[in-house]
Design a protein around this ligand. Structure first.
Ligand SMILES: Cc1cc2nc3c(=O)[nH]c(=O)nc-3n(C[C@H](O)[C@H](O)[C@H](O)COP(=O)(O)O)c2cc1C
Length: 461
């Protein structure tokens, strides 16, 4: 059977997420992100286009590592101003029935108990369509917003995240039984107290008594997404994540990284098929190749190199501070910042890359590993061959112009993929987890570490 490909729209509750400078484009409506109907219109569009989900990124600090301050990011609207992504989900859920929501939240700065409640609330309000992109936050400014002088060391953030997840599983999976709420009017019992329990978590970083405040939602644990690229990040993903973003600079990298995370999940006893793997898709499409290429040129002309560099400088390297011929690996080794994964130079940039190479790669969206500008068949061919050759399951679609990027994809690419049997023609499942793993798979599978607390088991281990 042909594998249907998953598509999320890559979003953020902000003006400039990853396509910098394009807010100036006359067709772009990004400046309307403070309006609720910006989000409800988008949700309706994506559901009409049979998308899997809208995927909302988030950061909790400013990008102030470029040229010594936040001025460039502020001027260029690089992820600032930005609003809370969780809060737009209920509005989008109210105007849709099927669209999923995958929303970013960081495990590093806010404790797990209130997040457990917020996520359960969102899973209730969306009727099981909520997913969570787990991040540990890479911006040094975020640390300074939460009482720290600098970032917690990179791998320590993943250790904290691991315990954070453990607390959440206890609350989401173990604290309430499915049949706890009985609403027995006659005997005046709303919830059977025998079926709700403390979790009494006491670990290195958190002490949480419970019980969870929210009754079990449809999925209980939201669908867990993660994008770790470091050794610690991948190990975390292989243990916890159900949707994984893989990266790389070439198609071969992607194939190797997909195989690697599947192998790691298998080694964790979850099976290689416990994961759905995603990549970012950079697509410019129109009715024919010529029009698409003209459009890509237009986007390029209006893009802001300074915006891209402010973005890259946030948690990475201030490329303006080094000579063009300096090696990225040397800079990372010399800076040796504990908050950063210092092997990053070998992954994010091609081996042997200099500052000049990085400037070129970062400021040109057509240098992305998966970039295609062309006709509907050009784009569908590229998607099909990538999926065949890399074993990826899906993509986050990058936006240049809102709503045009999603509209163009829905108008031109979706029908072509449908013709090839690679894209759904109707929604079949109702929860987000079922959409990724098939009907009946609404809850975490037994092989997932979160499942061990079901029915209150192992809470006192
Ligand atoms: C598609 C994608 C989306 C991401 N979204 C966010 C985000 O919204 N917020 C964030 O802090 N980090 C985000 N990241 C960064 C990752 O969480 C992660 O930190 C990064 O890939 C580096 O991996 P490492 O943490 O293992 O070093 C994203 C990464 C990718 C590839």
């Amino acid at each position: 059977m042909t594998k249907q490909i998953h598509f999320n729209l890559f979003e953020m509750n902000t003006v400039g997420h990853i396509s910098h400078g394009l807010w100036v484009h006359p067709d772009n409506t990004r400046h309307r992100f403070n309006d609720l109907d910006f989000w409800t219109d988008e949700a309706k569009l994506l559901e009409a286009g049979l998308f899997d989900a809208v995927f909302l990124a988030d950061v909790i600090g400013a990008y102030d590592g470029y040229r010594g301050g936040p001025e460039t990011a502020v001027r260029e609207a690089v992820q600032i101003p930005s609003n809370d992504p969780l809060l737009v989900v209920p509005a989008m859920a109210a105007v849709t029935k099927h669209l999923g929501f995958a929303t970013t939240f960081s495990t590093t700065y806010e404790p797990p108990f209130p997040f457990a409640r917020r996520a359960s609330t969102l899973d209730h309000l969306t009727k099981g369509r909520f997913g969570w992109n787990i991040v540990t936050s890479y911006l040094p400014n975020a640390a300074r917003n939460f009482g720290l002088d600098d970032q917690i060391a990179h791998d320590d953030r993943y250790a904290i995240a691991d315990e954070y997840l453990d607390v959440l599983y206890k609350l989401w999976e173990g604290s309430w039984d499915d049949d706890a709420v009985i609403q027995d009017r006659e005997n005046r019992v709303y919830t059977d107290p025998a079926k709700v329990r403390y979790i009494h978590h006491a670990g290195d970083h958190y002490k949480v008594a419970g019980p969870h405040l929210t009754e079990p939602s449809i999925q209980r644990t939201p669908v867990l997404f993660q994008a770790g690229a470091s050794a610690a990040g991948k190990a975390f993903a292989a243990k916890h994540a159900e949707g994984i973003f893989v990266g790389g600079t070439t198609r071969e990298d992607y194939r190797a990284n997909v195989a690697d995370v599947r192998r790691l999940a298998d080694e964790n006893g979850r099976g290689a098929d416990a994961l759905r793997t995603f990549a970012s898709a950079v697509i410019v499409v129109d009715k024919d190749r010529e029009t698409a290429l003209e459009k890509a040129e237009d986007y390029k002309r209006r893009s802001s190199a300074e915006g891209y560099l402010a973005h890259a400088g946030g948690g990475g390297i201030d490329l303006a501070a080094y000579p063009a011929n300096a090696l990225i690996t040397d800079i990372i080794a010399a800076e040796n910042k504990p908050g950063r994964d210092n092997s990053a130079g070998n992954r994010r940039y091609a081996p042997g890359a200099t500052v000049a190479d990085a400037l070129e790669a970062l400021t040109n969206f057509d240098r992305s590993a998966f970039y295609v500008a062309g006709s509907p068949t050009d784009v569908a061919d590229a998607i099909e061959s990538w999926v065949d050759e890399t074993d990826l399951d899906g993509f986050n679609l990058r936006q240049f112009i809102t709503p045009a990027s999603a509209e163009n994809f829905i108008e031109h690419v979706v029908p072509e993929l449908q013709k090839r049997g690679l894209y759904r023609t109707a929604y079949e499942e109702s929860t987000l987890r079922e959409r990724l793993f098939g009907e009946g798979n609404t809850r975490l599978p037994e092989s997932h570490p979160g499942a061990r607390y079901r029915g209150g088991a192992h809470l006192s281990d």
